[in-house]
Design a protein around this ligand. Structure first.
Ligand code: 6YU
Length: 499
């Protein structure tokens, strides 16, 4: 039945949409998407603060260059600024860390100088890069990325900065604590102590200077949705259980899978592509699949990390940072002991916010900062009333600038951990994980037998080198669509296709 087979995609994020576009373009006639919420895009979510557009979820195209399918599609749809398209931008190899112009402020209300901070920035970058080199060597001499960085930083700081004053050494080490917290945000983990050293190098960066969408990331989703036949997405349709290895009869045909929806509807299928986030799968695997996941897959779901990274947008009447500033780091002078978590989450959660990125250009956004906070502190922040968050952020900025009159015009935060269909932000490679875990997540069920490929797995968590990104997610949707296309093009089941 090839092109007539019933294919149901669970989740209308970029991976689900990508799979649907590829399958329908190939000629599959019975493709449906079931989405729990009332919208498409999942973790790509553009919102508004006043007249400004803001990204609640994904922010940048990481590595916008020819090998990045998100860049190529966005260029094709004319969604990018001209400077993002230049060869110079595409050629820049930044290794995942854009060379943003920084400002540093200290907890005693002073601006810190580049002369003072420069050596700490360099040392951190050097050690972080070395941290990515272990997977190829096959050894893991430290228990985590956090332990590796702290050990190396302490050794080298003691050697290199011994001629400098104690207060200078101390504030540099405090900055390293801030940079550890920033790295928690990048990786979406509570602490770098749970980030595996051996697997750290699995994540690959593409060339290109990270860029944003001037009219919002959701423009990409809108354009992709236009490539789909009308009406193939059912919204507000959470799937509660995927029953596989069944024999279900409907309309004179037999199907191996039936999807049970929360509203009670039962939908038969030949193939299901599951794109639910890893955070959701961690919480619901016990009920979402029947029979349950085979143990090797389940163990990989449990071992892989899925953490929280949230944004706190803050708008001001006037900037308190330099004109050319692109990122603001907050340095707590009592944190020279290289810490990336607080001792008392409820009282001290705000210390986890490493700083802000500046929304540019000013003509477009006005004076808006995006604060970043990861981990359990971020999950606690989500539970607070908005006024409490505003109060804490205002107090924080007054303290670090030494200006007791600064008052934000508006504050708005994301709440990804409490989003019931995401349960966090994105995937990281936790201690004890390896490439095999990602392969296990991506492995279809069953792989062989009379009715293979009943349940296929896509979504950012299933990409071996681009997990945690939009381009990784899109590629996995295409991969699983391709798996079904090859399955039906194989000699034994060959079906003529239109393409
Ligand atoms: C990127 C970036 N970015 C910030 C923040 C977040 C993420 N990412 P989806 O969740 O989209 O879709 C699943 C759907 O399923 C969804 O619609 C659900 O409602 C639905 N669903 C769930 N359960 C269901 C059920 N039972 N029934 C039916 N439907 C159901 N990526 O490229 N650039 O700047 C950021 C960022 C705050 C939260 C990001 C970024 C991650 C992407 O957003 C994400 O990967 C994809 O959108 C996921 O698409 P999907 O289809 O898989 O799932 C060195 C080194 C280190 C390693 N990491 C470094 C990389 C940095 C990562 N950066 C991220 C940073 C930011 C700031």
């Amino acid at each position: 039945h090839g092109l007539d087979s019933q294919i149901v995609i669970v989740g209308c994020g970029i991976s689900g949409i990508g799979a649907a576009v590829k399958l329908t373009k190939h000629g599959f006639r019975n493709v449906r998407i079931l989405e729990a919420t009332g919208r498409s895009g999942g973790r790509i979510k553009t919102g508004k603060m006043g007249n400004n557009i803001i990204e609640i979820g994904a922010n940048w195209i990481h590595g916008p260059s020819e090998a990045n399918p998100v860049f190529c599609l966005s260029r094709q749809y004319s969604l990018l600024d001209p400077e993002s398209l230049t060869p110079e931008n595409q050629d820049l190899a930044i290794g995942g860390h854009p060379p943003w112009v920084p400002n540093w402020f200290s907890s005693s209300g002073h601006k810190l100088t580049p002369e003072l901070m420069g050596p700490a920035v360099e040392l951190f970058a050097e050690v972080l890069e070395e941290g990515g080199e272990f997977s190829e060597q096959g050894g893991e001499p430290y228990s985590s990325v956090g332990e590796f960085i702290r050990t190396k930083v302490r050794q080298r700081a003691a050697e290199r900065w011994q001629g400098d004053s104690l207060s200078c050494q101390s504030v540099r080490l405090s900055l390293i604590s801030t940079l550890l917290k920033a790295e928690c945000c990048v990786n979406g983990t509570h602490t770098l102590d749970t980030l595996g050293l051996g697997a750290f190098g699995l994540y690959k960066t593409l060339p290109g200077l990270d860029c944003t969408f001037p009219r919002g990331y959701e423009g990409l989703i809108d354009n992709l949705m236009k490539e789909l036949p009308a009406g193939i997405v059912s919204y507000h349709r959470p799937v509660s259980c995927v029953h596989w290895q069944r024999v279900v009869r409907k309309g004179g045909r037999e199907y191996p899978v039936v999807l049970e929806c929360e509203d009670g509807e039962r939908i038969p299928a030949d193939h299901v592509i599951l794109t639910v986030p890893l955070g959701y799968l961690k919480q619901h695997h016990g009920t979402l699949l029947s029979p349950p996941l085979p143990l090797h897959k389940l163990h990989s779901v449990q071992r892989m990390g899925f953490g929280t990274n949230n944004k706190i947008f803050v708008e001001f009447d006037q900037p308190w940072w330099d004109d050319d500033c692109e990122v603001i780091y907050l340095v707590w002078e009592d944190e020279s002991d290289l810490v990336d978590q607080v001792s008392d989450v409820e009282r001290l959660w705000i210390k986890k916010l490493f700083g802000f990125t500046v929304l540019k250009p000013t003509e477009r956004y006005g004076h808006v900062l995006c604060g970043w906070i990861a981990g359990h502190e971020s999950e606690f922040m989500e539970t607070l009333p908005e006024q409490d968050v505003t109060h804490s952020v205002t107090h924080l900025i007054r303290r670090f600038t030494g200006n007791p009159t600064i008052t934000p015009r508006r504050v708005l935060r994301s709440q990804w951990f409490h989003d019931p269909w995401t349960c966090g932000s994105y995937t990281y490679t936790a201690t004890g994980t390896s490439l095999q875990d990602i392969h296990n997540l991506a492995e279809p069920l069953p792989q062989q037998g009379e009715q293979p490929l009943q349940v296929l797995f896509a979504g950012e968590a299933t990409h071996p080198s681009f997990f945690s990104t939009v381009h990784g997610a899109l590629l996995t949707g295409w991969r699983e669509a391709g798996r079904l296309i090859s399955h039906y093009s194989a000699p034994s089941t060959f079906q003529p296709t239109r393409s």
